[in-house]
Structure formats: structure tokens, C-alpha cells
Design a binder for this molecule. Structure first.
Ligand SMILES: Cc1cc2nc3c(=O)[nH]c(=O)nc-3n(C[C@H](O)[C@H](O)[C@H](O)COP(=O)(O)OP(=O)(O)OC[C@H]3O[C@@H](n4cnc5c(N)ncnc54)[C@H](O)[C@@H]3O)c2cc1C
Length: 358
């Protein structure tokens, strides 16, 4: 029997698996042929400290040092610019405050984002300390550490049945059977389905689809230095990506867990919003994708032992913050599992506990 079995090979599963592999025998099971196939390969790869509700922000802040320093760091400067159009002044002020942005003149803004359209944009605010997060490198760093510590990953291993008895879990895939003392549910959009399979009461998570188009515009050199640009009320965002731009309508369509794809309408909406605030001619969409951002009912992560069966551990509801929170979230999860007092503090830990829903 192994110590810990993790279901899910996205950033949640790999980060907690890696932490626990320091002290325990850990196996990670992933349904797909490859790791990070679902939400974890479809993000906008950004770190925004002021994103999410208060408890999510605590995780963002507590993750920052690790993201900046571990293995040489995975953050690089990007900056964030909020653009407001005529009639959006009130919401512009609210969003500027929420994200901690400072107002700047259109003239200054054009120096940072030269295609800004002064005809349509009336207000701009900005902060420099928003970062690109190298999600591939970050994921690989956790995976390397996991493997170095003797952890095993099984891909192509969809969990089909889970039972508990005699103080152990028995977990079956189509090919193999595993026995473990502790089961960690890090299955992203499928979190409630996996819980139900294990005989655990689901917590009513909802996956929301979000779409991204990567577009090519003619002048690839100037694109690199542009900040992340976002609309008031998060009506869209756009940022440079490998000499091109990614644009999202910041859609949030509630759905069932599945392999998500974007609709043409959503992609067009994002590009339309961008062209309202920028003088841009889109050559073509070079690629597009959608992923599921899975939220708990109060939009904060769920980290902790299940109240009824404490050998079932919830590590879920990473929403739109799974990468930027994962350093602190996985640290907290491993502390709770190892019975260590949480570095992040009891208040935050309690606000993330599944027991808040009972
Ligand atoms: C468009 C978009 C933009 C985003 N931008 C950002 C951003 O800028 N910054 C940020 O921090 N976050 C961002 N996110 C959020 C981030 O991507 C997610 O929070 C994170 O990837 C979730 O990781 P996860 O491991 O929980 O889920 P996933 O990556 O989905 O992993 C869960 C895994 O569990 C597996 N699984 C499910 N059921 C089973 C089973 N029965 N057996 C075995 N395996 C199973 C699935 O196959 C899946 O691979 C964004 C997300 C999207 C979609």
C-alpha cells in the first residue's frame, strides 16, 4: 500500500504530489495520455496579485516569493493596463482600485501600448508589477522534483472506481488497481464526479468555460513590450504571446466537465472588444482554445480533509488562479496532511477548508 494517491495530473496534482514526495510514497493518476492536458495547458499564464477574492489574494501574495525565486523563478515583467471607454468612468474607477492600478494620461499610455485608440479610450490606469508566469517551466520544476523523490505518474489512467474499507482506499483504472492510505482529489473540473465515485458528498463545484484566440498582427517586434491590456468589467483581455497576441472575451459559461473548445462567437467577441480600444488590423487567428475554470460556490479554493472521511483530501476549485496560487496552496495542503501548523495562518486555512460548506 502507498501513502498517497493523487487523482489529476494538472498543476494542482503535480504541485501537491511534488511537495508530499519529499516525505511520502506518492502516485499520481492522470486520465489523459499526457499531463497538463486540460485547464493547466490552456491558461493565460499571468500573475496578478490583486486578482480574486480576499482569501485567493492571500494565496497569491504568499506564492509570490516562491514564483520569483524557486529554481531561478518563473515570473517576468509584463505590466497591466486597464482601458475605459466613454460612459465607463464609474466602473473604471472601481476596477482601477480593485487591481491597485494608477491612472495615467492617454499620452503616457500610448508610449506603452502604441496602438491605443485615443478616439475611443477616455481613461487608462496601469501597474508594472503584473507578470508573465512561465507555466511550462513551473510545471516541469514540480514534476522533476516529484520524480527525483521517487514519485510515479501513470498517464492514460482514468480512475473508474474507488472504494474505502479497512483503513485503505482501493482505486481502479481500466488496467490497474492501487491501494493507498490517503486519497487526494485534484481532478479539476471533474472534482465532484471523483468525490461521488469515492462515496463522498460533492461540494457543488462549477466549471466555467473561458476562450482564447491567438492572433497575428504585422509588427511582431513592438508587440513584445506591450502590457496585458484589459477592459472595464473584465469585458476582454489581451497580452503578447510569442510575438503574437492572445485575446480573450473573458467569457464565463457554466458547463459540465469536458474537453472544452471555443465557439467562433466568443473568439469574435474578444477581438471585437480589442478593436474598439486599439487601432489594430488582425491578420488572422493562428490558434484558439478554451479551458474550464472550476470554482467552488464561494469562488475560493477548497483545501483540506473531508469532514466525514478524513483520508479523503480536497485540493480543488483553483478557478482562474490555479498557477498563481499553487505555490502557497500546495504548501498549505502538505502542511495540513503532515499535521504541521500552516505558514499562511489559521484564518486563511479555515476559509479554504471544505468544512465551510457543511
Ligand atoms: C483561459 C484560461 C485562462 C487562465 N489564466 C490563468 C492565469 O493567467 N493564471 C492562473 O494562475 N491561472 C489561470 N487559469 C486557471 C488555471 O489554468 C487553472 O486554475 C489550473 O490549470 C487548474 O489546474 P488543475 O490541476 O486543478 O486542473 P486540470 O489542469 O484540469 O487538471 C485536472 C486533471 O484531472 C484529470 N482527471 C479528471 N478526472 C480524472 C479521473 N477520473 N482519473 C484520472 N484523472 C482525472 C483530468 O484529466 C485533468 O488533467 C486560466 C484558465 C483558463 C481556462
Amino acid at each position: 500500500m502507498i501513502d498517497v494517491l493523487v487523482i489529476g495530473g494538472g498543476i494542482a496534482g503535480i504541485s501537491i504530489g511534488s511537495r508530499l514526495s519529499e516525505t511520502s510514497k506518492v502516485i499520481i493518476l492522470e486520465a489523459e495520455k499526457e499531463l497538463a492536458y486540460h485547464a493547466s495547458s490552456r491558461s493565460a499564464a499571468t500573475f496578478i496579485e490583486n486578482y480574486g477574492n480576499d482569501v485567493v489574494r492571500s494565496l497569491n501574495t504568499a506564492s509570490k516569493h516562491y514564483l520569483e525565486n524557486d529554481n531561478g523563478g518563473v515570473l517576468s515583467p509584463r505590466g497591466m493596463m486597464l482601458v475605459g471607454k466613454k460612459g465607463q468612468e464609474n466602473h473604471f474607477l472601481r476596477d482601477s482600485e480593485t487591481f491597485g492600478l494608477t491612472e495615467m494620461s492617454i499620452h503616457e499610455a500610448k508610449k506603452k501600448f502604441d496602438i491605443l485608440d485615443p478616439e475611443n479610450v477616455t481613461k487608462v490606469s496601469y501597474r508594472a508589477d503584473v507578470f508573465d508566469l512561465d507555466t511550462d517551466l513551473f510545471f516541469q520544476n514540480f514534476l522533476k522534483r516529484f520524480k527525483k523523490n521517487g514519485g510515479h505518474v501513470y498517464t492514460n489512467s482514468k480512475v473508474l472506481s474507488i472504494s474505502y474499507g479497512n483503513n485503505k482506499w482501493v482505486v481502479k483504472t481500466s488496467k490497474e488497481e492501487f491501494e493507498a492510505k490517503l486519497l487526494i482529489n485534484a481532478s479539476g473540473a471533474w472534482v465532484d464526479e471523483v468525490a461521488k465515485m469515492a462515496g463522498i458528498e460533492p461540494l457543488n463545484f462549477t466549471p466555467y468555460r473561458r476562450s482564447i484566440a491567438r492572433i497575428k498582427i504585422s509588427d511582431t517586434d513592438t508587440v513584445k513590450g506591450w502590457p496585458m491590456v484589459t477592459g472595464v468589467n473584465e469585458e476582454f483581455y489581451a497580452k503578447p504571446d510569442a510575438g503574437q497576441i492572445i485575446v480573450s472575451p473573458a467569457d464565463e459559461t457554466a458547463t459540465n466537465p469536458h474537453d472544452a473548445w471555443p465557439t467562433e462567437e466568443d473568439l469574435a467577441t474578444g477581438i471585437d472588444f480589442l478593436s474598439q480600444i486599439a487601432e489594430i488590423s488582425v491578420d488572422r487567428i493562428t490558434s484558439s482554445w478554451a479551458g474550464l475554470r472550476t470554482f467552488s460556490p464561494d469562488k475560493a479554493l477548497v483545501i483540506g480533509h473531508d469532514k466525514i472521511n478524513s483520508e479523503f483530501f480536497w485540493f480543488a476549485g483553483q478557478g482562474g488562479y490555479g498557477f498563481q496560487t499553487s505555490a502557497a496552496a500546495s504548501e498549505l495542503a502538505s502542511e495540513l496532511i503532515l499535521g504541521i501548523s500552516p505558514c499562511i495562518g489559521k484564518d486563511v486555512s479555515n476559509s479554504l477548508s471544505p468544512s465551510r460548506f457543511y
